[in-house]
Design a protein around this ligand. Structure first.
Ligand code: URP
Ligand code: ZN
Ligand code: ZN
Length: 672
């Protein structure tokens, strides 16, 4: 039997496992065999001289001020053949202090004039007045304070800032750390018109709470835009539900991602998945799933390696569409059995999308997420002769070689069979991808998207005539805000909402390239693609961060956005379903006839789980476990009955009957 290649997915590279550029003395060589895009490194290395981080730090020390960073045009190629490593940490720790050097009132009071305002449900012409990070007025001929700055949006669309609910910044994964940290990642997001991202707390760890704190520690000082966190549930034990409860009640987390792939790293077994879904439902959290059959993938990987296929094409060959479809269907079934709404992340194939779509048509509460990569390109790239190009497209589930897949996913997104366009942005430089140069199983999984998502969806969705601008807003912003319960604070242009806005030029075009993008990675899966739809002005929390093709961002000004449980958009139908589908006992006389002699005992192989946050299944409390609302009332997502006949208010003191003499609608005893 062929040797099974030992893979390392350990989150933090261990002493003996040297990650890319882990030797600070080893400079990365330009024009290596992996460099596909000439000049792709330009403008992304640490700046030398006046622009260097050290110099900026010195300036800061002298002035006592942190300068907002101005993204410059790419600098001419340096003469020497080496440059400093492009690792995630190439940012300057700066104090979060935006716009110290400009007139505050002019920056915090903005009038966006003459644009066409587009929400998910309607568009109209109007002006928007912004003050202190919020939308204060919308309409025509607004009366606004003097000293406000006016931005002309005539002939342009004004849309809610994009929300990308699936990114991995600074992610320790497969022996290395993804190349965009929370600074370069959020900077890239803003450059593309995305004003909020949701990252994943994700590692194999004994404590979800410790991991959560670790992620907050990484993100808080670096984010340039608002962000939220999902938490990956990567193992199951008695503490897990308790920790999930604390995360939802005290830490602003309302969603958990479970994996059916990455065996021995993140993968849960089916019964554990069921427990996790029951727990999500009890907490009112959103259950997310990475749907691929991890055990079959492991077998297939070995088969493909045994055939001598070690290049990136082996990645797709060992994770065929059917393996994604099976896991998607399984997750949908298990979610339905636990009456838990489900969000399927990165739907990559027609078959998986069809599974989501047909479940929705049967009434299941399932949401499907497409990603920019799956909408904008395809898996034929795995057969490219250039190893780096091919490896640059490796992510899981993989892009599908069927070239009709992206168009089909876009059709489904346009028609609400899928709801969200995210990215799964998780990037690795050439030397990081090269960990798998001799074995596709070791290629770090992940591709870019956060910067180009809005343009890709516009080009393939709106420009192609598949969706209108309202649907564009729905899939790039509003639906994510509704699902993750931050609507209408985010995802809508309305009075009171956060001033996260984009002035969008639907006619303007640009050509996507690693040479010009703001992400720290040296590769772009959309290289050379010309797209319509360009953000002209990006406003994040009332601050203009992109204007005249200049990006002005400040590290650490982004805020953590707590997300509450029980999103109406997700849980609105759950109570009704619980009522309609509850098991029903048949009352009958016992059987009193003869019973044949037998040696067998009833056996159950069912693994028993102790779940401290779930009441005994079937007990009255099982149906009455929702916390009271903030005003102390009954949570309307809670069922008001149980099989036992118990009522939600059984324990409340009985009230005397009150005769209503004049009920609303009039007396029934009078003569009319
Ligand atoms: O290839 C991927 N998708 N990398 C990030 C981890 C995940 O599964 O989302
Ligand atoms: Zn995933
Ligand atoms: Zn992901």
């Amino acid at each position: 039997m062929a040797d099974k290649k030992k893979r390392d997915f350990s989150p933090e590279p261990m002493g003996c496992l040297i990650g890319p550029n882990s030797n600070p003395n080893r400079p990365r060589v330009k024009c290596s065999m992996f460099e596909l895009v000439p000049d792709a490194f330009d403008g992304k290395s640490l700046k030398i001289g006046e622009e260097s981080p050290t110099k900026r730090r010195q300036n800061k020390a002298q002035n006592g001020k942190a300068e907002p960073e101005i993204a410059k045009e790419p600098t001419p190629p340096p003469q020497q053949e080496t440059e400093e490593p492009l690792v995630a940490q190439n940012t300057v720790p700066q104090e979060a202090r935006p716009w110290d050097n400009v007139d505050k009132s002019a920056q915090t009071r903005l009038l966006i004039k003459g644009g066409r305002i587009v929400n998910d449900d309607q568009s109209f012409d109007g002006d928007i007045y912004i003050e202190d990070g919020h939308i204060k007025q919308i309409g025509q001929n607004l009366v606004i304070p003097g000293g406000s700055r006016t931005i002309d949006a005539k002939g342009k669309l004004v849309i809610p800032g994009g929300i990308d609910p699936h990114v991995h910044f600074q992610f320790p994964f497969m022996g290395t750390v993804s190349a965009d940290d929370f600074y370069s990642g959020t900077k890239a997001a803003l450059a593309g018109g995305t004003t909020m991202i949701i990252d994943f707390v994700l590692e194999k760890s004994d404590s979800l709470l410790d991991s959560y704190e670790k992620w907050r520690g990484r993100a808080d000082p670096k984010v340039c835009c608002d962000y939220g966190l999902h938490v990956g549930v990567t193992s199951w034990n008695e503490n897990t539900p308790k920790e999930m409860e604390i995360l939802t009640k005290d830490k602003g987390v309302n969603s958990f991602k479970m994996f059916l792939a990455y065996r021995d790293v993140f993968m849960l077994e089916d019964d554990e998945l069921y427990q996790s879904f029951l727990t999500c439902k009890a907490l009112g959290a959103v259950a997310q799933v990475h749907a691929e059959n991890g055990k079959i993938i492991e077998q297939k990987q070995q088969e493909i390696v045994n055939m001598g296929i070690l290049g990136p094409e082996g990645h797709e060959l060992s994770r065929p569409e059917e393996v994604e479809v099976e896991a998607t269907q399984r997750a949908i079934t298990i979610a339905n059995q636990s009456n838990c709404p489900l969000y399927v992340v990165h739907v990559m194939s027609k078959g998986a999308a069809a599974a989501v779509s047909s479940a929705r048509r049967k009434g299941n509460i399932v949401f499907g997420e497409a990603i920019a990569a799956g909408l904008g390109t395809d898996g034929t790239h795995y057969y490219n002769k250039c190893w780096r190009h091919s490896a640059g497209h490796v992510l899981s589930p993989p892009l599908r070689p069927d070239p009709t897949t992206p168009g089909c996913l876009m059709d489904l997104l346009a028609n609400n069979d899928l709801q969200v366009a995210a990215t799964d942005h998780c990037v690795f430089n050439a030397d990081q991808k090269a960990l798998g140069k001799d074995d596709f199983r070791c290629i770090p999984n992940g591709v870019n998207g956060v910067e180009d998502r809005m343009s890709i969806v516009w080009e393939k969705g709106v420009q192609s005539g598949k969706m209108d601008p309202c649907r564009f807003v729905a899939v790039t912003s509003t639906n994510a805000a509704k699902i993750f319960n931050i609507y209408p604070q985010k995802g809508r242009i309305a009075v009171g909402s956060d001033a996260d806005l984009v002035i969008w030029d639907p006619e303007k075009t640009r050509v996507i390239s690693a040479k010009t993008h703001h992400s720290a990675v040296d590769f772009n899966i959309f290289e050379g693609m010309e797209v319509h739809g360009v953000p002209l002005v990006v406003i994040s929390n009332g601050n203009v961060v992109l204007e005249d093709e200049q990006l002005r961002v400040t590290q650490g000004v982004g805020r953590f956005v707590p997300m509450n449980c029980w999103p109406e958009y997700v849980y609105g139908r759950v109570l009704g379903r619980e009522k309609a589908n509850r098991p029903c006992k048949v009352e009958r006389d016992p059987y009193t006839g003869p019973v044949v002699e037998a040696n067998i005992q009833p056996v159950s192989n069912a693994k028993t789980f102790t779940n401290p946050i779930l009441p005994e299944p079937g007990s009255a409390a099982f149906y009455h476990n929702r916390p009271k609302t903030s005003s102390g009332g009954r949570n309307l997502h809670d069922s008001s009955f149980a099989l036992s006949g118990a009522q939600y208010d059984d324990k409340s003191p009985k009230r005397p009957h009150t005769r209503v003499n004049n009920p609303p609608g009039g007396k029934s005893t009078g003569l009319w």
